[in-house]
Design a protein around this ligand. Structure first.
Ligand code: F6P
Length: 393
């Protein structure tokens, strides 16, 4: 029979989201007081593991944080096997991460994160570390769990934003295009779009056709509705672009990614220099500034084709900020306390998950490297279509 953990590390990695502190509290409170486990907070995600930025967490560190946004541990997107160097290149520092784990005397590393985090956690598991994963992300795109904490809070923020756009859209008879987060999966845009009553919802899983969108808007105008709300996921793409995109093989993709990373680094450097030169951006320049975004593309096409006035709102990081909803606080607490019970029993290398009404856990290898996309026949899509929502298809 496996023995329980005596000392654990806990870190938050990837983009932050509401509910991370509730989950840290959910793990650490029972770990410290019920199971007498020492809890070490690793700061700034996996960077903290590589560089050994850590501190022991005491009861007073984890009280009063249930409803706090962000993460008391800090976070980063850095991965031990791809630590960035000042010249834009990356270096594999996995051995250093493994060394820190052993130097701290950890029996398990609890990783709170999304897809990227679980991929890294799985690779550290293969280097001999004991891991427990907790699923967080506003995108809700982690495999093997019905939902992730952070998602409900983001849906609530985005739905409120759509509510606010409605009144101004109606007052000015405009088409308001709101862009929400989600590069690969459209869960957030779909849920917020339904909750906010968006007339058109565009998600990455359903490539859109401008003809369909324009037809829908024209039909609404015919019925006297001269204003509309379009909710667009940042990864939504027109059908033509999807059809034209060449299929890349694995190696080519890797090469391209490396080149893109380098180009991004150089570009950032260039932009910083350019910024020093550039005068203050007047509001009339906003359109140019937004060019290339999914929302801008859609808005411009609507104006050009139908002559309708459009405005673009990119909600951005507002979706990740603020306090968690009660749903997320409860979910994060359930995930966290479940993880603490697993630690006490010495059950490792699993991700805690929600299946139906039950909290359970699934092997990390079933989660790592997988993205949960919206199935085209999902009940939410069917319900939205029933109330007349157009998906641009
Ligand atoms: O990883 C979740 C996510 O919210 C994505 O939907 C979004 O594209 C991304 O984070 C933005 O991340 P960053 O904070 O690094 O700009």
């Amino acid at each position: 029979m496996a023995t329980g953990a005596r000392c654990i590390g806990i870190l938050t990695s990837g983009g932050d989201c509401p509910g991370l502190n509730a989950a840290i509290r959910g793990v650490a409170k029972p770990a410290i007081s019920d199971f007498h486990v020492e809890v070490i907070g690793i700061e700034k995600g996996f960077r903290g593991l590589v560089e050994n930025h850590s501190r022991v967490l005491h009861q007073h560190d984890i009280t009063g944080i249930l409803s706090l946004g962000g993460t008391i541990l800090g976070t980063s997107r850095e991965k031990p096997h791809k630590m960035p160097l000042p010249n834009g290149e990356t270096v594999d520092l996995t051995p250093r991460a493994v060394e820190t784990y052993h130097r701290l005397g950890l029996d398990c590393l609890v990783c709170l994160g999304g897809n990227g985090t679980h991929k890294v956690a799985y690779s550290l598991m293969k280097h001999g570390l004991n891991i427990i994963g907790l699923p967080k992300t506003i995108d809700n795109d982690l495999a093997e769990t019905d939902t992730t904490f952070g998602h409900d809070s983001a849906v609530s923020t985005a739905a409120q934003a759509i509510d606010r756009l409605y009144s101004t859209a109606e007052a000015h008879l405009r088409v308001m295009v709101i862009e929400l987060m989600g590069h690969k999966a459209g869960w957030l845009t779909l849920a917020a779009g339904i909750a906010g009553g968006a007339d058109i919802i565009l998600i990455p899983e359903i490539p859109y056709d401008m003809d369909s969108i324009c037809q829908h808007l024209t039909e609404r105008r015919r019925r006297g509705k001269w204003f509309s709300i379009v909710a667009v996921a940042e990864g939504a793409r027109p059908r033509s672009a999807v059809a034209a995109a060449p299929k890349e093989d694995g190696e080519k993709k890797k090469d391209k990614k490396k080149k893109d990373r380098k180009a991004k680094h150089d570009d950032k450097k260039g932009k910083l220099e350019e910024k020093k030169e550039r005068p203050f951006l007047a509001s009339t320049d906003a359109d140019t500034f937004l060019d290339g975004r999914a929302s801008s593309r859609v808005a411009k096409a609507i104006t050009l084709r139908l002559g309708m006035e459009t405005r673009v709102t990119v909600l951005g990081h507002l979706q990740r900020g603020g306090i968690p909803t009660p749903f997320d606080r409860i979910l994060a607490t359930r995930f966290g306390t479940h993880a603490a019970e697993m630690l006490a029993q010495g059950v490792y290398n699993q991700m805690v998950a929600l299946k139906g009404a039950e909290i359970t856990s699934v092997p990390l290898e079933q989660v790592a490297g997988k993205t949960k996309l919206v199935p085209l026949d999902h009940a939410l899509i069917r319900a939205a279509r029933r109330v007349g929502t157009n998906f641009g298809d």
